[in-house]
Design a protein around this ligand. Structure first.
Ligand SMILES: N[C@@H](CCC(=O)N[C@@H](CS)C(=O)NCC(=O)O)C(=O)O
Length: 228
């Protein structure tokens, strides 16, 4: 029976993007089910699949695996050939550290810059808290690339679970026009050049569901949608 990944709207659901892009980039076959978030009935629909009432959730036969990072761990165990974590024990430890740092942190960036692929990329000034978090992200990306990234353009060379955890950060930095250095910019370009990124983004741009509280440029976005 194929795996099914239950996700939220592609435009907004940053947690859903993480296992989705990992599976696509690794060539792991799955069906997807999109549940538009924060609509009447959304919660009931999610609860049919996820005991925690959140997406993403991976359905594997009778098993439901929820929490983005737990899904990535499950996939790494079930599909070792996908090499979602680095082979080297030290690199793997650092990859898990930065994945967990993302999962539990960067609240200001998440709060102030919700993922929104509809937003026309432009500079949207952010406060000190966001700037400090972005500096931390640049540092940890830079250190991973310098120590472990020789085999490719991603944090640990080839695209893996740590990159998947930061994929929505790439979207945020891009759409909110947040300034980063050359190293981070090159890394972001590599992530955004993935065919899986293009597939997710194209689908996001087609979605009709609007979450107004995530739309700082609502009149502009509505104009784009109406002319699309
Ligand atoms: N810690 C969870 C967070 C999941 C989460 O917050 N998902 C959001 C969408 S991005 C959700 O399901 N929201 C719907 C709701 O809360 O009703 C994870 O890593 O998967």
């Amino acid at each position: 029976m194929p795996l099914t990944l239950v996700i939220g709207n592609k435009n907004y659901s940053s947690w859903s993007l993480r296992p989705w892009i990992a599976m696509k980039a690794a060539g792991i076959a799955f069906d997807e089910k999109v549940i538009p978030l924060y609509q009447p009935g959304s919660r009931e629909q999610i609860l049919r699949f996820s005991p925690a009432g959140k997406v993403p959730v991976l359905i594997d036969g009778d098993n439901a695996i929820w929490e983005s990072l737990a899904i990535l761990e499950y996939l790494a165990e079930k599909f070792p050939a996908a090499k979602l974590w680095p082979a080297d024990v030290h690199a793997r430890g650092v990859a898990r550290s930065i994945a967990h740092e993302m999962h539990g942190g960067f609240q200001a960036l998440r709060r102030n810059c919700p993922m929104n692929m509809w937003l026309p990329p432009k500079k949207r000034p952010q406060g000190e808290e966001v700037t400090a978090e972005v500096r931390r992200i640049e540092t940890l990306w830079g250190e991973a690339r310098a120590r472990f990234g020789r085999g490719g353009p991603f944090l640990f060379g080839t695209f893996g679970a740590a990159d998947a955890m930061y994929a929505p950060v790439v979207a945020r930095l891009h759409n909110y026009g947040i300034e980063v250095g050359d190293g981070a910019r090159a890394y972001m370009a590599a992530v955004m050049a993935l065919p899986a990124w293009g597939e997710w983004r194209e689908a996001a741009l087609q979605e009709p569901w609007v979450m107004r509280h995530n739309e700082p440029d609502w009149p502009i976005v509505r104009g784009i949608m109406q002319s699309a």
